[in-house]
Design a binder for this molecule. Structure first.
Ligand code: SF4
Length: 303
C-alpha cells in the first residue's frame, strides 16, 4: 500500500514537471501550423507597413526562442481542453497536477502574473485563482491515453469573444451576419492575423465551448461536414475583405483561417459564438500514454 502511494506520488511529480515545461514551451514557441501560416501570409502581404509588421513578428519569435522567454507579454489565462481515457491512471489527480504545473511554470519559465481574483481585485501572482486554470473535460471510453490542449487566452484576443441565440428565422444568414458584425467591431483589437473559431449549436454555452474547440483545430484544417466547410471558406473570404492586415494596420489578409465547429440544435433556434486567436496563437497539444510517455503534436521544440 505504502509502495503504491509512493509510485502515484512519483508519477504526479513527473507529470507536473512535464506539464510545467510544456506550458513554458507553449508560451515561448508558436505551434508549427501557425508559424507556417504566418510565413505564407508574410509572402502574400502587399502593403509595405504590413511587410514590416510580419518581419517584426518573425524577429520576435526568433528572439523568444533564443532567449527562452515568452513570445508575448500577455500570459493570458491558462485553459486546458483535455480528452482523458477512462482508464488513464492519474485521471483523479489531473486538475491538481495542471494547477501545480501552472504555478511552477509561472516561476520557472517565467510567466507574467495574470490572474486577478474577481471582486476581491488582487493578483494571486501564481497564474491560478478561483476556478482557474479553466479545464474542459471529455472522457474517452476504452482508452488509457490522455490528450491535453494547452491554451493561453490573452486579453486582446479574448476581447472579440461573443455568443448569442439568434431569433427564429434568422438562419445561417444570421450566423454570417453575427460573425461579420463581431469581426468588423472588435477584430482590430485582437492582434491580427486571426484564427477565428465559430461555434454553432443551440444555447450560448454550447456554442461558446465549440467556438473555443474550433481554435484548437490546426490552421488550414477543414470541418468534415461539406456545408460547414463552405461556411468556413465564405467567412474567411468575407473577413479577409475587411483588410485588417497584420496588427490591424491594413493589409492583404485579416485571418489565418476560420474554423467552424457544430452540434445538433433545437429545431427553431441557432446559438452562435465567436472566439478569436491572435497571431501569437499559443496553443499546444501533448499526448500521454498510461506510463506517462509523451508526444508533442504541435511543436518541433523540445521540453
Ligand atoms: S492579442 Fe495576442 S499578441 Fe496581442 S497582446 Fe494579446 S496575447 Fe499578445
Amino acid at each position: 500500500m505504502t509502495e503504491c502511494i509512493q509510485i502515484v506520488n512519483e508519477d504526479v511529480k513527473k507529470m507536473t514537471d512535464i506539464m510545467s515545461k510544456f506550458i513554458g514551451l507553449v508560451g515561448i514557441e508558436l505551434p508549427k501550423d501557425v508559424e507556417d501560416k504566418l510565413a505564407s501570409l508574410a509572402k502574400e502581404e502587399t502593403s509595405r507597413l504590413g511587410k514590416v509588421v510580419y518581419e517584426t513578428m518573425q524577429k520576435n519569435q526568433e528572439a523568444a526562442k533564443e532567449l527562452r522567454r515568452p513570445c508575448c507579454q500577455d500570459t493570458g489565462v491558462l485553459q486546458f481542453l483535455i480528452k482523458c481515457g477512462e482508464n488513464f491512471p492519474l485521471m483523479g489527480k489531473l486538475e491538481s497536477i495542471l494547477r501545480e504545473a501552472v504555478i511552477d511554470s509561472t516561476k520557472v519559465t517565467p510567466l507574467r502574473h495574470n490572474s486577478v481574483q474577481t471582486f476581491d481585485e488582487y493578483n494571486t501572482g501564481l497564474n491560478v485563482g478561483f476556478r482557474t486554470p479553466s479545464i474542459f473535460w471529455e472522457i474517452e471510453p476504452d482508452s488509457d491515453e490522455l490528450e491535453i490542449y494547452t491554451y493561453m487566452a490573452g486579453g486582446g484576443c479574448s476581447l472579440p469573444g461573443k455568443a448569442m441565440v439568434l431569433m427564429p428565422g434568422e438562419g445561417y444568414e444570421g450566423v454570417v451576419k453575427f460573425v461579420l458584425d463581431v469581426m468588423t467591431s472588435y477584430g482590430l483589437n485582437a492582434c491580427p492575423p486571426l484564427l477565428v473559431g465559430v461555434g454553432v449549436a443551440t444555447s450560448v454555452e454550447t456554442a461558446a465551448l465549440l467556438s473555443k474547440k474550433a481554435l484548437m483545430r490546426p490552421v488550414g484544417s477543414e470541418n468534415p461536414n461539406e456545408k460547414a466547410h463552405l461556411l468556413e471558406t465564405l467567412l474567411e473570404d468575407g473577413i479577409n475583405k475587411i483588410g485588417l492586415g497584420p496588427q490591424g494596420l491594413n493589409g492583404a489578409k485579416s485571418v489565418m483561417g476560420v474554423n467552424v465547429e457544430n452540434a445538433a440544435r433545437h429545431p427553431s433556434t441557432i446559438g452562435v459564438a465567436v472566439n478569436v486567436g491572435c497571431w501569437s496563437h499559443r496553443r499546444g497539444l501533448i499526448k500521454f500514454d498510461k506510463n506517462l510517455n509523451y508526444e508533442i503534436l504541435t511543436h518541433e521544440g523540445e521540453l
